[in-house]
Design a protein around this ligand. Sequence first.
Ligand code: CA
Ligand code: CA
Ligand code: CA
Length: 388
Amino acid sequence: MKAHRLKKLAGVASLVLIGLTLLGVAAGPSLAARLGPLAAMPTGEVSATVETEPVPHGDDAADDAAIWAHPSDPSLSTIIGTDKRGGLAVYDLAGRELFYYADGKMNNVDLRYDFPLGSATVTLVGVTNTSANSLDFYRVEESDRSLTRVGSIAGSVPTVTGVCLYRSAASGRYYAFVSYASARMVAQYELGEAGGEVTGTLVRTLDVGGRTEGVVADDDLKRLYVSEEEVGNIWRYGAEPEDGAARTRVDGPILGSALARRQIAVALGGRIWPDVEGLAIYYAANQTGYLIASIQGSDTFHVYDRVDNSFVGAFRIVAGNGIDGVSHTDGIDVTSTPLGSSFPQGVFVAQDHVNDAGNQSFKLVPWQSIAGAFRPPLEIDTSVDPRR
Ligand code: CA
Ligand code: CA
Ligand code: CA
């Protein structure tokens, strides 16, 4: 673009900005709370009760987490967290690092229970490894909560980014959805087993249109949700391999996508201040619950109804209990399963971009704190067995 056109554009942008400022609107993340649909959006505030030990690597390293519920002693449940500069960590519910596996640059992680592997059924953990451009699998050893490698499947194109696992309520089959940010694509693999190792067969690809990372699947409602991160869309697809490319937008950017990168505020009816990244599902009984999304531009988490995807509200994690607040979150996870005395009504886990001491960490918030921050309160339902 020629310099004078750039200058002209900058001039127009400044005028728009001045205009919006006169209307009581200012640029910056704090704007989100005062803009358009967000104006009426109450944002609850909660605090973490536990944070994990910092990840071994500095800068932007912690990324995504998965919660593993121990089958017989919930207090022995773990948080499996990625260090995208070099490995995969396992933390106990007090945040202590139990294990660290320097197996590659691990980006996103998800798990499913009761995966048939040889003569056993195991908790299967899937992790995107950007060092090898692969989806690596581990099983959780219930005896000591460690992880054991159980195979790997090669990425279809450069480079693996996000991952979620999916167990179909329709067929009982297991799948992995892998997002490829630069290819703007999500690929679905049907998972199998050969000689004690997990195998994957590509069954579908989806052209998302923009860079994507966060993905999550709803096993009961047979849905896949995808974050189109820079634009600020959350998309819903069918999760079955024959569901095709049809999709519905759950929410969109508060900014025009073209203007988003210039940080100029134009309310377009969506509620998302880009980027949108981590996605997670809170499972309650009768296939109800919530879809939760990490909204990086406003340092908030959006809560949507699990069934009709209507917007319920938002919350942010502020400093408290001696633990710093959470900002610019990448990956999240949530469980409605009681995890002992620390988290008797489930827990929400969020990566935190800036830790007040040391490298990045993951923050743990009791679900009842989040539920209680809403008016009316969100549902608390501990009846859903994740090993259904
Ligand atoms: Ca922080
Ligand atoms: Ca990320
Ligand atoms: Ca801290």
